[in-house]
Ligand binder design. Structure first.
Ligand code: GLA
Length: 688
């Protein structure tokens, strides 16, 4: 058994022993020792069973170079262990002490304008700096050797939210090394970067720099490769420390906290390196869309882990303090956010942070134990959540079955958002979110897939916007349609190859045969939009008011596909927008413009219906009442009411069975009522 497999098993064992994980970042070094006992007592009262310790404690452990101040940490770990609270021990490498940057300025990152960043905040390290890496590794080695066998330590947390970028000289050297590995020769690099354009040809690798401040537009492939390199460099930082922890004899699972769709880290590449996927999530209480948007992130986390359960490592119990205007969350909302994560595959829900800071930049960021203390609605809400999570223990480890896949790829996102495109208004994440929302509103489960994923088990594959489509992805999509799947490809997909070079010929070059449609020009749509008309047979029964296209449209011609909608007037009058091409038992749909929500909804509804996809409620994937989220994890049906109205919904109950709400212990009828903001977790039981 490989270490990763056994370490993953150790995580599952922890959850099996203690129930779903519940807790948060715990920073005892910011408080006098007298407070620690009260912390442990209140954690126990709240049912906290997992805390992350030491994330920002480097300067406390190593106040001067080479020092090791362990006494406080020994005491904290012993106290937590005595209290039955498991520790996710952090390598405190995200914020080096000021002395490191003073003595070794090359450890500090340099931004694209050549400004070297200084200590006094956090994250002031260059992932490329050898000296930083040596200091971080030495500290991690000593930490792991000291605590690998400590009974409190059940998990390791490397760094914090890896997402730093550096444009300095050491980064330049590392970037060149990375480019040599990728291309071998400078001629190959010149070819890949298209340096014949604007006289950018390089004679040797030594001439290459990271993209820094330049007079005008940057070479898009240079930018793309710098993003790839930066993600790989950070991943290497993580891997180096993970291996140091293992070498010290630690057998616990090792993780680092991801940040959803984070722009600097290609998590498809990282995911195989962590024993358990964990993520930090801060849905904005001010945004009505946040339940669907965060569900998408949660489905990404489950998908990154190959369907296994994941850890919600950080969230806010009430307000954050880093937004311009920070709305608090009610305890009801905070509870629903936590239960939503569990519904979507989390086996632990944790917060930033346990005790609210009284000093420092995050003094107004909410915490499980607020400034006001335990006599507060926030803390009473925390205690309630501890109770809820105990009741949900039966879902631990259970998975979610999805028959719908959505393609998402970091390099494609990066390349697709380089400047100087037909329009800068087209956003990969916005399109992804809009398409996903149509599934979410119908209670349809979906996996996120990468270009390398196996698509053969999906009945529907959605490609909302993938600027790069590789030949292997085109083959996988063709095979999926060949085996009967519905695939839907959105506008401006399959435009470029892996080097971000535009493919020549009628577009999308690698998919046009499969789609039975091809285009010759993409153009921005005027601000007034472009009205659409549906084909009569398709429009029947679809109630879309004023269908229209905006942002971007393509001049298309059908080559075998049926036309379901066309532009109604203007320059593109009569040009197809939505097409459907039957191929064997499957269908390839194409959307040659960014269309309004109603049209998109009609399209996705039709695709799901054609594929016979069911909702979590059991029947056909119909639209759920507004604000209701339905997801089935294992044999538990979660119903979350994100609205401020009472919702009644009919559910499937097998003959002779009944459904019991794990959260209340009550039996339900076929019609289930869900109060505003409430959550039901219904499990099926046979009564005979
Ligand atoms: C991130 C960090 C935490 C804290 C929170 C505040 O998640 O990892 O240290 O700064 O943000 O929301």
């Amino acid at each position: 058994m490989s270490t990763t497999t056994s370490a993953r098993r150790a995580f599952d064992t922890l959850i099996a022993e203690r129930g779903l994980g519940f807790g948060g970042d715990y920073n005892p070094e910011q408080w006098p020792a007298e407070v620690w006992r009260e912390d442990v007592a209140l954690m126990r009262e709240a049912g906290v069973n997992l805390v992350t310790v030491g994330v920002f404690s480097w300067a406390v452990i190593e106040p001067v170079p080479g020092a090791r101040e362990w006494a406080w940490l020994d005491e904290v770990l012993d106290l937590l262990h005595a209290g039955g609270i498991a520790v996710d021990l952090a390598t405190p490498v995200a914020s080096p002490p000021p002395w490191l940057g003073i003595r070794h300025p090359e450890t500090l990152p340099v931004d694209r304008d050549g400004v070297r960043l200084i200590a006094g905040s956090r994250n002031q390290f260059s992932p490329a700096s050898r000296v930083y890496r040596e200091h971080a590794a030495a500290l991690t080695r000593d930490l792991a050797e000291r605590y690998a066998q400590h009974p409190a330590v059940r998990m390791w947390h490397v760094g914090n939210e890896y997402g730093q970028i550096d444009h300095g000289d050491e980064a330049a050297r590392e970037f060149r090394r990375w480019l040599r590995d990728r291309y071998g020769t400078i001629a190959a690099l010149n070819e890949a970067w298209g340096t014949a354009f604007w006289s950018q040809r390089y004679a040797e690798f030594e001439e290459i720099l990271p993209p820094r401040r330049m007079p005008y537009l940057v070479n898009p492939t240079q930018s793309l490769d710098f993003r790839r390199y930066s993600s790989d460099q950070l991943e290497d930082c993580y891997r180096e420390l993970r291996d140091v922890i293992r070498a010290a004899g630690a057998t616990q699972p090792i993780t680092t906290n991801f940040m959803g769709f984070h722009a600097l880290t290609d998590y498809w590449s990282w995911a195989g390196e962590v024993d358990v996927v964990s993520d930090d999530q801060y849905p904005d209480p001010a945004s009505a869309d946040s339940p669907a948007s965060i569900a998408l992130v949660q489905d990404l986390m489950r998908s990154l882990g190959g369907g296994r359960s994941w850890v919600l490592m950080e969230q806010a119990i009430s307000a954050t303090s880093w937004r311009e205007h920070n709305l608090p969350k009610s305890p009801l909302r905070a509870r629903r956010d936590s239960l939503q994560a569990v519904a979507r595959g989390a086996d632990a829900v944790c917060y930033f942070q346990w005790r609210q800071a009284r000093a420092g930049a995050e003094r107004f960021h909410s915490a499980m134990l607020p400034h006001a203390g335990a006599d507060s609605d926030v803390f009473r809400g925390v205690v309630q959540q501890g109770e809820d999570l105990r009741r949900l223990a039966p879902v631990a480890g259970a998975g979610i079955q999805a028959e719908v896949a959505i393609l998402f790829d970091w390099p494609s996102w990066w390349a697709g958002e380089e400047p100087a495109r037909p329009t800068e208004r087209l956003s990969t994440l916005t399109e992804l979110g809009r398409w996903y929302r149509e599934l979410w509103r119908r209670g349809v489960a979906a996996d996120l897939v990468s270009p390398a994923s196996d698509l053969s088990r999906y009945r529907v594959v959605l490609v909302p916007h993938s600027y790069i489509v590789r030949p292997s992805t085109a083959t996988a999509l063709r095979d999926a349609v060949g085996s009967g799947a519905q695939i839907v490809v959105g506008a401006f997909s399959g435009v470029a190859d892996e080097n971000a070079h535009v493919l020549t010929g009628r577009s999308p070059v690698l998919l046009r045969e499969l789609l039975g449609v091809s285009g010759e020009e993409w153009g921005a749509v005027p601000d007034s939009g472009s009205a659409l008309v549906f084909d009569e047979s398709w429009a029947a029964g679809r109630d879309v008011e004023a269908p229209g296209a905006s942002i971007l449209a393509e001049r298309l011609r059908v080559d075998g596909a049926d036309v379901l909608a066309r532009h109604a007037d203007g320059d593109l009058a009569g040009v197809p927008v939505l097409t459907r091409h039957g191929v064997g038992d499957g269908t390839a749909w194409y959307l040659g413009a960014i269309v309004d929500d109603g049209s998109l909804s009609a399209l996705i509804g039709d695709v799901l219906g054609t594929a016979g996809i069911n909702s979590a409620l059991g029947g056909r994937a119909e639209m759920l009442p507004d604000g209701l989220e339905a997801v089935r994890r294992g044999d538990v049906l979660f119903l979350l009411n994100h609205s401020d109205r009472h919702i009644d919904i009919d559910i499937d109950i097998a003959e002779g069975g009944t459904r019991v709400d794990l959260l209340t212990g009550e039996k339900t009828d076929r019609t289930v009522g869900i109060a505003p903001g409430d959550v039901r977790a219904l499990t099926e039981r046979r009564t005979w």
